[in-house]
Design a protein. Structure first.
Length: 284
């Protein structure tokens, strides 16, 4: 087998870990609150800016800056629910999409006004791992491992804790759980915080690999939504599986053709599969 093809496949797997982490957060929010946060990738952008400013300008240790960014984006998720999502829960789905879409443009415009359109880099150069003739980015490997740890931690929380079981139960039948004494508002806020924290964690991983700018969310937002729909909206396992499928299409397509064409192939694959299985590959 072509050694460079093997390298592309490995990089696709590493990319799939981060995409899977983004899909986990978005699917968790949709599964529990039943609202798609169109602005989810912009929360990632806010987290990347938080890491950048704390690490570069305030000289915080990277670990401490990352924890602060995760907590900040979790708080931003709670604020988004209180100010925008909560008041429109009873509205039509199109109103919910328009409201969160408005938050998307607001965050992009606010970041442009505050920071300009310059591309900023934290300036941390991580080594490249050499395995024979295969070169693997240490930043991507670190991101992949951290994303897997985050996914396992979320699974254990949802399956082993009272609050996690309440989250899964309210995702199945929110009306009945309200009658059984579960505080829906508390669960919604907790879910928004966890979804925001996952976006913050993804931001900490992506800032190691990409420059941050106000429109960085456009690089990950569309592909994240495709992954969620492909796996079945609200299905966290399906989203994680779909993330690795799409990342392999992008990686292998980029090897044989170009990175631009690989995204075209990913969109074509998504459209064709939606005709065959519109509910998603693992939807029940």
């Amino acid at each position: 087998m072509d050694i460079y093809l093997v390298e592309a496949i490995i990089n696709g797997v590493l990319l799939g870990g981060v995409l899977g982490l983004l899909a986990l957060g978005l699917n968790l929010i949709f599964g529990v609150i039943d609202v798609v946060w169109i602005c989810y990738a912009e929360l990632v952008m806010c987290g990347m800016y938080a890491v950048y400013w704390l690490y570069v300008y305030f000289a915080w240790p990277l670990i401490l800056a990352s924890f602060a960014a995760i907590l900040s984006v979790a708080g931003l998720g709670i604020l988004l629910h209180l100010l925008i999502v909560g008041p429109i829960l009873a509205s039509a789905p199109i109103n919910q999409l328009l409201a969160t879409g408005g938050v998307l443009f607001f965050l992009q415009s606010l970041a442009t006004l505050l920071f300009g359109t310059d591309f900023r880099n934290i300036g941390l150069h991580l080594p490249i791992i050499e395995l024979g003739d295969i070169y693997i980015s240490y930043a991507r490997l670190l991101a992949f491992g951290t994303a897997l740890i985050g996914a396992v931690a979320l699974y254990l929380f949802l399956s082993r804790t009272y609050l996690g079981i309440a989250i899964r139960a309210i995702a199945q039948d929110r009306e009945i759980m309200g009658l059984m004494g579960v505080d829906q508002r508390r669960i919604y806020l907790l879910t928004s915080a966890i979804g925001g924290a996952l976006a913050g964690l993804a931001a900490c991983l992506l800032v190691l690999q990409y420059d941050v700018h106000p429109f960085i969310g456009l690089s990950f937002g569309p592909i994240t939504f495709m992954v969620c729909v492909l796996g079945g909206l609200g299905n966290m396992i399906g989203g994680f599986v779909a993330a690795f499928i799409m990342s392999q299409i992008i990686a292998i397509g980029g090897y044989y053709f170009s990175i631009e064409l690989s995204y075209v192939l990913a969109f074509v694959f998504f459209i064709v599969l939606m005709f065959i299985r519109p509910q998603g590959i693992l939807a029940r």
